[in-house]
Design a protein around this ligand. Structure first.
Ligand code: KIV
Length: 286
């Protein structure tokens, strides 16, 4: 059960947490049962990430994920989250054509799915204008810089960003620009912790790190990575807290064995007729 004494997480409450030096917790979810587990455990932010494509839908990267898929998976997460702030991730090509199209797509997360904010990758000049447009349309935006998986073809591979001083300087400028554009938080993905420390100290809004070290104001991981429920490659920054794949594999193996040997279903999993009905049936079918 969700602890009802805990107040609902809001955008201002995240900022207050940063001011009070309290760490913000975030994980991804893409369905009702996992979102319920996260919410009831007291997580602050649930991101319906476009990592959906890789960890749930079996795509090679996040590029093929569509708006319809994101909305479909955001709805059950919102139904489960009584306290956490649910953020919908804008998938590739949902914010690239025009401001009008971007606002229409982002508004679907709020109007159709019930999320309370969206996340947008990148901080180019054009991207910052779009983010301003979203905020103008009352859509709270979480920024995302560093390794931005939607740029995979441009980057060539997933690797640490901001390792060189000049790149680090650019990252710091981008994070500041996102704050200026109105982002309520900024995800820092796969960057050196020294850079994340500077950014976290420079911004008034919280930084949420993933592979960005301990000085971020909060941390996020992909649920399937931290729970050991994935088939992909696990980056160095992931700490595995469970081994769901083995636990579930073990359960399925035991089920197969029980069905084959007749150990399942047992009497306790079967229904009985009332004795008088069983006797009446015996008269019809001796
Ligand atoms: O899609 C996602 O899950 C993300 C997080 C890794 C931040 O963008």
């Amino acid at each position: 059960m969700t602890d009802t004494t805990l107040p609902k997480v809001t955008i201002p409450s995240l900022r207050s947490k940063k001011a009070a030096g309290e760490k913000i917790t975030a994980l991804t979810a893409y369905d009702y049962p996992i979102a319920r587990i996260l919410d009831e455990a007291g997580i602050d932010i649930i991101l319906v990430g476009d990592s959906l494509g890789m960890v749930v839908l079996g795509y090679e990267n996040t590029i093929p994920v569509t708006m319809d898929e994101m909305i479909h998976h955001t709805k059950p997460v919102v139904r489960a989250a009584k306290r956490a702030l649910v953020v919908g991730d804008m998938p590739y090509f949902s914010f690239h054509l025009s401001e009008r199209e971007t606002i229409r797509n982002a508004s679907r997360f709020l109007k159709e799915a019930g999320a309370r904010a969206v996340k947008v990758e990148g901080a180019s000049k054009k991207r910052l204008r779009l983010i301003e447009g979203l905020i103008e349309a009352e859509i709270p935006v979480m920024g995302h810089v560093g390794l931005t998986p939607q740029s995979i073809h441009h980057l060539g591979q997933f690797k640490v960003r901001g390792g060189a001083a000049i790149e680090a300087e650019k990252l710091i400028r981008e994070a500041l620009a996102l704050e200026k554009a109105g982002a309520f938080a900024v995800v820092l993905e796969c960057i050196p912790m020294e850079v994340a420390r500077i950014i976290s100290g420079a911004l008034a809004v919280p930084t949420i790190g993933i592979g960005a070290g301990p000085w971020c104001d909060g941390q996020i991981l992909v649920f399937h990575d931290m729970a050991g429920y994935e088939y992909g490659y696990l980056p160095k920054f992931v700490k595995k807290y469970a081994d769901l794949q083995n636990i579930l594999g073990g359960a399925v193996n035991a089920y197969i064995r029980d069905v084959r040997t007749g150990a399942f279903p047992g009497d306790e999993h079967s229904y009985h007729m009332k004795p008088e009905m069983a006797a009446a049936l015996k008269k019809i079918r001796p």
